[in-house]
Design a protein around this ligand. Structure first.
Ligand code: SF4
Ligand code: SF3
Length: 559
């Protein structure tokens, strides 16, 4: 196997025996083959579009297939075998519909669009189509960067799709980009613009998801979230899928089962729509990588709606349920919606009723809900604080948390920041500093949590709003620095989205992606000022100095 799609890849180069994430070799191979199959379908889907033969079932299949291969989503080989088999059938059906519509299949089409095999041949085929099948290091790097960015787009598109929001242009780009990764005529000079174009669709799909979430559940608002527990049995919901949470909350009403959030589900508390449920108790625990001990002490049922799943321990595996693209062999799976009917959580609720109440691991509260609507509602206060010098600089510290020890950098960095700075965050990266008690500046908390990684768009809207309010020409003239923590592929599309918006000097850590070749790193450094991190103290000093005096930057003309 060879996989280097996440930040924790072995020795910073690639997992070759088994993933640090726990992904076994057979699953890695099947994921490679599924991606290859999706690329083959994408070649036909792109051609079908030119014949006005858009097929939503094809778009949906590609989107879900991509999502299922992101880090920590699915470890179940049988899921991937089924997806590949279904994909080969779908590809042939699509090919037939192109011919029926009068289209012609180009001579000598790509192998990805023609290969076929029974499941018994998948392992052999997988060995030929992985990342290393591309020989040229820079082409490989750009193909993978594009593929991982597209995986991120697919994940966000899937969340929006679940809430009945979709954009044809997003699907068309996913398919065009996947096809391009198989086009041997494309040079580095052709692929770089395509990678940057992915950033544009990253912005589009995040805006779509923001609209889907806020229209369905209201605008996130300033909220205090309880960290303690009650004495009833509970269900702990993790992952990012708000529709799953909504349906679970409805079905648990009056059953005597409490519902708690874990990891990236914490921001669900910020939405007005979920506040009416009196059994929606609070948040339990921290980011995804702490799940082994926190799922054990929770005592009740644990429900994973999306990534990040860690291969479960026996101490709680029987209490674990997955749904959607998530999967693990031997773990119970809640079936998808049929004909728009809600998922059936009765088995999960029945199971929860047999469990003891959660063991309390912390008490207190967290404050969050600072998505764009809430921050813009506080704009006068924020602008005033900047103009009076009470706030010198904002630090966007969005992204992911992870298990490696070096991530303590982000705790140290947050602690080392001067007291006249504010952190804007989204994603599970926040757990490195959201319980430090960093205080507030004139009533504005020093950690403003916009929500999930899915809500990173909010940080962009806030930056654009500040640029407008301060009458600046260039977003980079704002007193905002970017120190992003990445782990998986959704963070890749967030990065590309920031680049598309022209944001410069983003620092990325704890390590730069292994899939960026030295030449691609140079392109990103030269054109966007992308850099890594060093140590917290030096980096704080560098940010406070290199971006100039914030007061000078903030010689801001209020429009
Ligand atoms: Fe390794 Fe990350 Fe790939 Fe898992 S997802 S196999 S840890 S590179
Ligand atoms: Fe976290 Fe997995 Fe990326 Fe959603 S839950 S930010 S890592």
């Amino acid at each position: 196997m060879f996989c280097y799609q996440c930040e924790e890849t072995t020795q910073g180069t690639g997992c070759t025996v088994k993933g640090i994430c726990g992904k076994p070799e057979d699953v890695a191979g099947l994921q490679d083959l599924l991606i290859y199959t999706l690329k083959g379908i994408a070649i036909h889907a792109t051609q079908a579009r030119s014949l006005h033969l858009e097929r939503r079932d094809v778009d949906e299949f590609i989107m879900e297939g991509l999502f299922s291969t992101i880090t920590n989503a699915n470890f179940d080989s049988s899921c991937f075998v089924t997806r590949i088999e279904d994909g080969l059938l779908l590809r042939e059906a699509l090919r037939a519909s192109i011919i029926t519509a009068g289209g012609t299949i180009p001579a000598g089409p790509n192998d990805a669009a023609t290969w076929t095999s029974p499941a018994s041949g998948f392992e052999q085929k997988a060995a030929l189509v992985g990342v290393l099948a591309t020989q040229d290091e820079d082409i490989r790097s750009l193909r993978e960067l594009l593929t991982y960015g597209v995986k991120g787009i697919a994940a966000y598109a899937e969340h929006a799709y679940t809430l009945d929001y979709q954009e044809n242009g997003v699907f068309a780009f996913i398919e065009r980009a996947l096809s391009a990764t198989l086009d041997d005529t494309l040079t580095v000079g052709d692929l770089v613009p395509l990678v940057l174009e992915a950033g544009k669709f990253g912005v589009d799909v995040m805006a779509l998801l923001d609209k889907a979430n806020t229209t369905s559940y209201g605008n996130p608002e300033l909220t205090t979230v309880n960290l303690g527990v009650r004495d009833k049995p509970g269900i702990l919901v993790s992952g990012h899928d708000l529709k799953d949470l909504e349906e679970l909350l409805v079905q648990t009403q009056g059953t005597g089962v409490d519902v708690y959030t874990h990891g990236e589900m914490l921001p669900a508390h910020y939405y007005p729509a979920f506040k009416k449920f009196d059994n929606f108790v609070g948040n339990y625990g921290n980011a995804w990588h702490r799940q082994a001990s926190e799922f054990r002490s929770f005592n009740g049922v644990v429900f994973l709606t999306t990534n990040c799943l860690v291969p479960p321990k026996d101490s709680y595996k029987q209490r674990l349920y997955t749904t959607g693209v998530v999967g693990f062999e031997g773990v119970k799976h809640i079936a998808d919606r049929v004909d728009g009917r809600p998922k059936d959580f009765s088995a999960l609720i029945k199971h929860a009723l047999t469990c003891p109440a959660p063991r309390e691991i912390e008490t207190g509260e967290l404050i969050g809900g600072f998505a764009h609507h809430q921050v813009i509602a506080l704009a006068d206060k924020v602008v005033d604080a900047v103009q009076t010098g009470a706030i010198k600089r904002f630090f966007v510290m969005a992204g992911c948390d992870g298990r490696v020890k070096t991530r303590s950098y982000y705790t140290d960095f947050a602690q080392a920041l001067p007291e006249d700075t504010v952190i804007l965050t989204a994603g599970c990266a926040k757990y490195r500093y959201n319980k430090l008690g960093l205080g507030d500046i004139g009533g504005i908390p020093r950690v403003l949590d916009a929500g999930q990684c899915n809500d990173s768009y909010s940080l962009v809207v806030i930056a654009l709003k500040l640029k407008e309010v301060f009458g600046l020409e260039d977003i980079n003239d704002l007193p905002i620095s970017y120190n992003i923590a990445w782990y998986e592929q959704k963070a890749v599309i967030v990065l590309l989205a920031l680049l598309h918006l022209g944001i410069k000097d983003i620092h990325l850590g704890p390590a730069l992606p292994a899939f960026l070749s030295p030449n691609v790193v140079t392109v990103l450094m030269d054109n966007f000022g992308i850099a890594g991190i060093t140590n917290a103290q030096d980096d704080v000093e560098m940010f406070m100095a290199s971006n100039g005096d914030a007061d000078a930057d903030a010689e801001l003309i209020v429009a």
